[in-house]
Design a protein. Structure first.
Ligand code: ADP
Ligand code: MG
Length: 263
């Protein structure tokens, strides 16, 4: 191909917004000539580049929108360190059947055992499968609800949190919930019931949720909907955060951390 032809082709690909094809064109032309590819093999390869480029861009945009506090995958989780977490169970959850059925995943356990890591890992799987995902911690939500109430935007917030196919609600239980927040959470779970999956993590056993919500009836009604179709995962191990400190002998108090009280 003459340099001028190649130049014109770049312009055409640019106009058609086939950016990845434009980027790969020169290298693929050279490779095709060297390895004597057929025309169809060349075209297929060029189109593949465009498709995978688009998929990567989509994933990078949806990952930003998911609002994860950090990026950790299931492959990065050391199941040997946390034997109470069954690898097979997470492989099954990674198939995302629970999302299709609008079911929930509840992760319970003390700090540092990997609840947020595992929630994000499932969120990443969902994004890779093209399912919209949004992460928010309950302390963050508490702040937003206060702001939204002042601005009269609570309904909008509810709509936003009802939209994603997967909603990750992290750190339920670290802060007590005021009436307004407790009611918002109940309505959120009720609206998503059997429609949108929730991955929720908490350091509190279900028996403590009445106290957390300062309303046993509301807590029971929420748990009823949350747990009806759900996988409950009790993590009973030690904090991974303290693993290295413990190994180096810097931290003596790990054994003093209580096992989760789960029901
Ligand atoms: P939790 O939400 O239960 O408090 P995190 O998920 O935030 O705990 O985990 C704390 C840190 O330790 C994170 O950086 C996480 O990636 C890491 N971590 C926890 N458990 C494991 C594990 N079994 N394998 C690999 N990393 C882990
Ligand atoms: Mg956490």
């Amino acid at each position: 191909m003459k340099p001028n032809d190649l130049h014109a082709l770049h312009d055409t690909l640019g106009e058609l917004k086939l950016d990845q094809m434009a980027l790969s064109l020169d290298a693929l032309c050279q490779q095709a000539a060297k390895e004597e590819w057929t025309y169809s093999a060349f075209l297929a390869r060029l189109l593949d580049e465009e498709l995978s480029g688009r998929e990567q861009r989509r994933l990078s945009v949806t990952t930003k929108m998911a609002h994860f506090p950090f990026h950790k995958t299931l492959e990065q989780f050391d199941f040997a360190f946390q034997p109470s977490v069954e690898k097979r169970r997470f492989q099954e959850l990674a198939s995302l059947r629970f999302v299709a059925g609008g079911e929930n995943v509840v992760l319970l356990g003390p700090p540092g055992v990997g609840k947020t890591h595992l929630s994000i890992a499932l969120g990443i799987k969902a994004l890779e499968a093209g399912l919209s995902t949004y992460f928010i911690s309950v302390p963050e939500l508490i702040e937003l609800i206060t702001q939204d109430t002042q601005r009269g935007q609570l309904v909008k917030r509810m709509q936003q949190l009802c939209k994603p196919k997967v909603l990750i609600l992290d750190e339920m239980g670290y802060l007590p919930l005021e009436r307004q927040v407790a009611t918002f959470l109940f309505q959120l779970v009720a609206k998503r019931y059997e429609k949108g999956a929730i991955i929720l993590s908490s350091n509190k056993s279900f028996s403590e949720w009445g106290e957390l919500f300062t309303d046993q009836v509301l807590a029971t009604a929420l748990l009823d909907r949350l747990l009806h179709h759900s996988s409950i995962i009790n993590i009973r191990g030690q904090s991974y955060r303290l693993k290295e400190k413990r190994q180096s002998g810097l931290f003596q108090g790990a054994d003093a951390i209580k096992e989760p009280v789960t029901s």
